[in-house]
Design a protein around this ligand. Structure first.
Ligand SMILES: Cc1cc2nc3c(=O)[nH]c(=O)nc-3n(C[C@H](O)[C@H](O)[C@H](O)COP(=O)(O)O)c2cc1C
Length: 172
């Protein structure tokens, strides 16, 4: 059930040294692109990174605590064509959220590392750094990367919060 999957998904940053089977990954990516899209523009694309050297390069961005990326089996960069969509952040967020839940459903774990803005440790603008490293065209911007794999860390207890205090009816 979806509510159980939502409850079970937690941010996981340590993974077994075991690749995600390609057919499972492709299924997850396919369904992650089926969310709503403004004007049905479908601007989102994925870039799968498994190469150890590239993962190391991503880990060295460091601005957002990216060190652990060097040790993950793979990450999915989530990007969108900003020439065909003014809602690229929303569209990437939808794809990322779907991806995390689909992965959870398949017994996989994920995290989320923001890449939208800022600079690398070496002072290079992050979008420029990513375009150079992966040959991403200028009209694409990357929102985040999602590490994915079989988690090897103990899942922390979920911090409960009072949902009712965040929901308003008719008046704030
Ligand atoms: C927009 C966004 C940015 C995030 N950035 C990072 C990040 O840079 N590095 C990281 O390890 N986790 C990042 N996270 C994961 C959060 O730290 C995590 O979701 C939060 O601690 C709640 O824990 P949970 O996902 O287990 O419920 C990010 C999550 C979101 C939604």
């Amino acid at each position: 059930m979806l509510d159980e999957i939502i409850k079970d998904r937690r941010t996981i940053r340590k993974f077994e040294d075991k690749p995600v089977p390609r057919e499972i990954l492709e299924e997850i990516l396919q369904y992650s692109l089926m969310g709503p899209s403004y004007g049905n523009a479908r601007p989102v694309q994925f870039l799968v990174v498994e190469d150890k050297e590239k993962l190391k390069a991503l880990s060295e961005i460091e601005t957002f605590g990216t060190k652990y990326i060097a040790d993950v089996p793979e990450v999915i960069l989530i990007m969108a064509d900003t020439e065909i969509s003014q809602t690229w952040v929303e569209e990437c967020s939808i794809a990322a959220s779907y991806l995390q839940l689909l992965a959870q459903e398949k017994g996989l774990n994920t995290s989320w590392v923001n890449l939208k803005s800022g600079e690398t440790n070496d002072g290079v603008e992050i979008q420029t750094f990513l375009r150079t490293l992966f040959g991403i065209p200028k009209n694409f911007s990357t929102l985040c990367m999602i590490p994915i794999g079989y988690g090897s860390e103990k899942v922390r207890k979920r911090d409960e919060f009072d949902v009712s205090s965040k929901v308003h009816y008719e008046k704030f």
